[in-house]
Write a protein that binds this ligand. Structure first.
Ligand code: URA
Length: 210
């Protein structure tokens, strides 16, 4: 097995754990858990809030209206959903699409942690408040959307959630503009990874605005 196959096997084993998970009450009401999908060597990872009805039905992330919009946004920078890894903060649907609760987010946290370790993306784009709060708990999305924050070996880029942007024309414009900046941020992340390691790269406790 080469390194890629090894990582794919790890990711598949993790997805199987997620599908069988009973760590929080959402497991009782879900139809399908939604571990996430994309290439194991993706340099870009998109993290949403949690599955909705379509995702719960199919077991795949971002397959409803928000997903369609996400695909359109990716197309504006020459990418498809197959080029990126897409997942969520909680892997099971909160009933009636309510916000995920702190105990649900906590219970699900190790799964995303493992996915990050295996995939090691250069850039994490957080979609909406719940994903942003994992790395940038004291920031306001209206102030920081589209900016990149260095966090160890990665850049965190908070953006509005596509579902919220579909309901709010101003946020939609912000989200479209933020996507158009992504190619520049991808270059920034590459340069950061290629630079000789400095102390900050390995010891960054706090995200730093670039
Ligand atoms: N909204 C999310 O946050 N995630 C999905 O997978 C779908 C819609």
């Amino acid at each position: 097995m080469d390194e890629r196959e090894e990582k794919e096997a790890q990711l598949a084993a993790l997805a199987a754990h997620v599908r069988a998970c009973t760590r929080c009450p959402l497991s009782a009401t879900r139809k399908h858990a939604v571990p996430g999908e994309g290439p194991v060597d993706a340099s870009l990872m998109f993290i949403g809030e949690g599955p909705g009805a379509n995702e719960d039905r199919t077991g795949r992330p971002f397959v409803g209206n928000a997903g369609q919009f996400l695909e359109e946004l990716l197309a504006t920078i020459g990418l498809t959903r197959e080029d990126v890894f897409i997942t969520n903060i909680v892997k099971c649907r909160p009933p009636n699409n309510r916000d995920p609760l702190p105990n649900e987010i906590d219970a699900c946290k190790p799964y995303l942690g493992h996915q990050l370790k295996i995939i090691d993306p250069e850039i994490i784009v957080t979609l909406g408040r719940f994903a942003m709060e994992r790395w940038l708990p004291d920031k306001r999305i209206t102030r920081v959307h589209g900016q990149s924050f260095r966090y160890g070996r990665r850049l965190i880029v908070p953006m509005f959630h596509p579902a919220a942007a579909l309901r709010n024309p101003e946020w939609r414009t912000f989200l479209e503009e933020d996507f158009l900046r992504l190619p520049e941020i991808i270059e920034e992340a590459r340069a950061m990874r290629e630079a000789p390691p400095d102390e900050e790269t390995f010891s960054a406790e706090q995200p730093r605005l670039l």
